[in-house]
Design a protein around this ligand. Structure first.
Ligand code: HEM
Length: 391
């Protein structure tokens, strides 16, 4: 468990500092902001912390655009390399058209086989971890399942999977330090997808790359949108899976309830999504002056919508700081809301459900056996390592 910050310093904390999020459980800070300053002005951006105000902003993309980026890092830098071409950072008719192209890739015809593959992978990986007597749940299970799911979705052939998985894992390390190895892996993976896209151009299949190529997108647009799926669906799902196991290990009574009742798998999946909130915020820029929660936001100002706080809003969730596998209703905003609602939500849910089903079938006791470390980031929120023993 991370400590909570000293109440005396809450107001002075720098929300941009990635290490703040790794070192502390910020629950008291969010509670205080929701109560006393729910739309707070910082030097370079606004923080919106209440559920209703987050909804107000994401439902109004004409006033709060994603075109300049959708996270503080790119928004404060002033530009996003995918702007206007990568689904999550497009708006208006371009967004609608692109979303229409991608949506069938997430429909039952594609998700059926992907879900079967997730179930199989989860069984194998969890089985190996149980046989080994334990290990780092992040590395051994949570990091593997989402990547396999994305390879499946993109139609990466079986023969290339191992290499693509290795390269993607290396490339992902790049966002923090952008070391040489990470950058080389990024180039190699882009090259790989370029070749795959060219192949699909002449022989399309049911996969997402074929959909993008067949819709006449340029090579660069195809690559950017493949990349959107990888960055959107890999780390987030990993954090939900690992954070879910941590919650079940911490709240033993909730794990016992879930084990006793298969009907709780669905609500427990939603509660894990609420509890872990892997995307801590989403960002927008105001295209004109607007009122949010009684404060006036001016044109051009950056707004951070802290989902991590909205998901604990006491006006929406009873006893919000309790992890409750039977919680219903559960109107969490983990996947966002409005036009940019997460395209991979069903896939992420399938990954968590597969994990819970497999844990229920094979594990009685989940124990944390060593220090848990948290990711230093103000955007992705969750555990980096989780040593566990599964009995
Ligand atoms: C959008 C979170 C899994 C693909 C989003 C958004 C959030 C989110 C908050 C909205 C961003 C915004 O409004 O600016 C998550 C979480 C996940 C997850 C927490 C796991 C627990 C996935 C997966 C995929 C995926 C598995 C695909 C493989 C996308 C895409 C968008 C998106 C393509 C953009 C949708 C659009 O702009 O229309 N996600 N996501 N996500 N997500 Fe996810």
């Amino acid at each position: 468990m991370r400590p909570q910050p000293d109440p005396a310093v809450l107001d002075g904390l720098d929300l941009l500092d990635p290490h703040l999020h790794a070192s502390y459980d910020l629950t008291p800070l969010w509670r205080r902001l929701r109560a006393t300053d729910p739309v707070r002005r910082h030097d370079r951006f606004w923080s919106v912390t209440r559920h209703a105000d987050v909804l107000r902003v994401v439902r109004d993309p004409d006033t709060f655009t994603s075109l300049k980026g959708n996270m503080l890092r790119t928004l404060l830098r002033g530009h996003d390399p995918g702007a206007g071409r990568m689904l999550v950072v497009t708006d208006g008719p371009r967004h609608t058209a692109l979303r229409r192209v991608l949506t069938p890739g997430f429909g039952p015809r594609t998700l059926g086989p992907v879900t079967r593959s997730i179930t199989e992978a989860t069984r194998d990986l969890l089985g190996a971890l149980v046989r080994a007597g334990g290990g780092d749940f992040v590395a051994e299970v949570a990091a593997q399942v989402p990547l396999r799911a994305i390879c499946e979705l993109l139609g990466v052939p079986e023969r290339d999977r191992r290499r693509v998985l290795e390269l993607t894992a290396q490339a992902m390390l790049g966002d923090e330090g952008a070391g040489l190895e990470a950058r080389m892996a990024q180039s190699e993976i882009l090259l790989y997808y370029t070749r795959l896209a060219a192949e699909r151009g002449s022989a399309p299949g049911d996969d997402v790359i074929s959909l993008l190529v067949s819709a006449g997108l340029t090579e660069e647009e195809v690559l950017l949108n493949c990349y959107n799926l990888i960055i959107g669906g890999d780390e987030t799902a990993r954090l939900a899976l690992a954070g879910g196991v941590l919650a079940l290990a911490t709240y033993e009574k909730e794990w016992a309830r879930l084990r006793a009742d298969p009907g709780l798998v669905e609500p427990a999946t939603e509660e894990i999504l609420r509890w872990t909130t892997p995307a801590a915020h989403v960002g927008r820029v105001a295209t004109r002056a607007a009122d949010v929660g009684g404060r006036r936001i001016e044109e051009g100002e950056v707004v951070a919508l802290w989902t991590v706080s909205a998901n604990r809003d006491e006006t929406v969730f009873d006893d919000p700081d309790r992890f409750d596998v039977g919680r219903q209703p559960n109107r969490h905003l983990t996947f966002g809301h409005g036009p940019h609602f997460c395209l991979g939500a069903q896939l992420a849910r399938a990954e968590i459900r597969a994990l819970l089903a497999e844990l229920r079938a094979t594990v009685t006791r989940i124990e944390v056996t060593g220090p848990v470390t948290w990711l230093p980031s103000n955007f992705v929120s969750g555990v980096a390592t989780l040593p566990v023993a599964l009995t």
